[in-house]
Ligand binder design. Sequence first.
Ligand SMILES: Cc1ncc(COP(=O)(O)O)c(C=O)c1O
Length: 397
Amino acid sequence: MYRIGDIELKQLEATIASKQLFRVGNPACGHWQQVVNFEKEFAQLIGTKHALLVSGGGTAALTCALIGLGIGPGDEVIVPAYTFMATASAVLMAGAIPVIADIDESLALSPEAFEKRISKHTKAVMPVHMIGRPADMDKIMDIARKHGLKVIEDACQCDGGSYKGHRVGSIGDAGAFSFNDFKIISCGEGGGMVTSNPDVYERASIFHDSGSAFRPYAKDFSIPVFLGQQFRATELMGAVMRGQLRRLEGILSDARRIAGRFRAELDGVKGLKIAPMNDPAGDCGISVVFTFESEAGARKFAQSPGVGAWLPIDTGKHVFTNWEPLLKKNIYHHLRMNPFYFEENKGLRADYGAEVCKKTLDICKRTAIISISPDFDEQHVAQRIEACKKAMKNWKI
Ligand SMILES: Cc1ncc(COP(=O)(O)O)c(C=O)c1O
C-alpha cells in the first residue's frame, strides 16, 4: 500500500550520480549519507535516541533488537499466537525459545494471557501491532515491568502508528519495523530497529555489521566487537526510505480517514460488531476489523458480494498452527545450531500444539477484516460500505 514516485526517483538519481552506494562514506567527497540521515530522521519521528536501517527486513530488525537486549540460550520470550512467523523465528535466531500466548479480539497479545504464560525462564515479551493496530501497551508494560521483563515491540505491520500519543516502537525497550513490499512505507525489502538504550543500539549495530569490519562510523562504541550477520543497508535503500518518510503522514491520514468512515457508517448496523481497538487515534487505518459470534457468520459476511473481507485464520503463516518449520523444530541447517536442542534450553516450554492457544484460533475464525488502501476513492469507499450494509440486511446464520 506504499506510495512511491518522483520524490524517491530524485533521491535515487542524486545517490547514483555520486557513485557511492555503500553506507559508509565521506560527505566531503560527495557521499550523501542517505542511510545515516534516514536513521536520524526515523529515530526523531519515532521518538527514540537511535535507529538502525537493516537490509534483512523486519526479521533482521527483530533479531538485532533481541541480540541488542542480550536475549539468548536459556531464555523464553513470549510472542502472540497470531503474528507473522518471523516474530517467533527471530527469537530462535537469537538462540532463545518462543513461547506462544493468546491474542484478544483486538487481534493483539492479550495482557492477561501474557501474564499467565510468564515462567521463571521468561526474559522478554514481543507485543505485535498487527495490521496497523496498536497492542494494549499500558497493560503489557505494567506486567512486563512487574516481572522484570524486556519489551520488544514488533511494529512491522504498524509503520508510523501510535499508542496514546507515543509512536509504536518507542514504548518498549526496543522496536522493529518492516519496509517490505506489503508495508505502509517500503523500499522493497528492509527493516528498522529503534531503541533509546545505547548498549542495545551498540550491540545491534555490531551484530548487523559482519563483525564491524567497517567500524569508522561506530568508533565510539563501548561494547567489544563480536561477529554477527551482514545486514547493512545500502545508500539506495536509505535514499528511497528518506522519500518514504516524507510520504508517511499523508498515507496515514488518508488511510485513517477512510477506515474512520467505514467504522462510523457501519457502527450500529445490526449484527455487525466493530472489533475493540486499543487506541483508535493511533491506529494506522489500514484495516477495519469485525468480530462475529461464529466462523459461519464471519465467512458469510466476508464472501457477500462487494464486501471483499478476509479471515485471519486463512492467512497462512500468521497463525501459529501454520508455523511449519517451527512446529517441526527445523531450525538452521545443523542440529548443534538448533536452539531447541541447546543444553541451556532443556526444560523450556517449546509447546506449540493447537490446544495451547485455542482462543487465538477461535478469534481468528470469527474475525473478518477489510484491508484499506489510502488510495481508495470516495466512490469505491461508498460502494464497499453499501455492500457491507446489504450483507447484513435480514442477517441470519
Ligand atoms: C508482524 C510481522 N513481524 C515480522 C515480519 C518480518 O518482516 P520482513 O518480512 O520484512 O522480514 C513481518 C512481515 O510481514 C510481520 O508482518
